[in-house]
Design a protein around this ligand. Sequence first.
Ligand SMILES: [Zn+2]
Ligand SMILES: [Zn+2]
Length: 276
Amino acid sequence: MKVTVLGSGSTGNAVLVATEKTRVLVDAGLSAKQLLERIAAVGEDSARLDGILITHEHSDHAGGLRVLLKSVNCPVFISEATENAYYSTRKGVSNGDSEAVKRRDVLKNRTEKIESSREFRIGDIDFEPFSVPHDAADNFGFIAKKDGVRIATLMDFGHVTTLIKEKLRRCAAIVVESNHSRDMLKTCPIYSWDLKQRILSRTGHLSNEDLSDWLTNDFDGAAREIVLAHLSQRANEPHLARLMAETALEMRPNFFKAETRITISYHKQPTDWIEF
Ligand SMILES: [Zn+2]
Ligand SMILES: [Zn+2]
């Protein structure tokens, strides 16, 4: 099993999880054109996607879905709450129909209902989803499992819950949000006070500081690779996020020294494949 982050940041997110037999696109937050280009750039064929898994309705995770569905034939794995929230967009009318009507049309007979806390399978990959605290209808992170290998992906969550700590044990790789530096966010001149409060809240986005706290105190050291994702382009710096995570790893108790590599994902290009 292998994973690549096709693109990640405040403006758009997509991850590809694959085995020899199966390819699953996780979220479609980039434009359809970008998604198709990047799937090709990592050596996969978008015509052979087995499913698109949507974690939540926010546009940086589902904004490219409607147009993408014109170019691919696979089903969309989505929870009922997220699907309904996806349709309740206030985006305006163009070419006669509202965005909400177009979304309903394009998803008709193409969805596979999933639940955010019940295991499901796509091809030969088992998915173990789990709820995360975020201001969306039904956001979840998940563990993708194949032949005993566990790969975790979780973005858009305001704090690390007990459930999250539990799920992240024994993973070979973890793709995890490291959204902002708290200081950079607080002093960012572009974001409004309201938006800053939203991001900083318990159901907003995870800070570098919170991720560091988890790395030092709760990470079990099992993952060979940790990919930092969903970095804010305005309130974070890739080198700062990496430095904080690496420092946090160093501060773990010595008797369980982790051999973990930290990599950063970017909004403009895919990461290398991480393969097991
Ligand atoms: Zn997001
Ligand atoms: Zn979100």
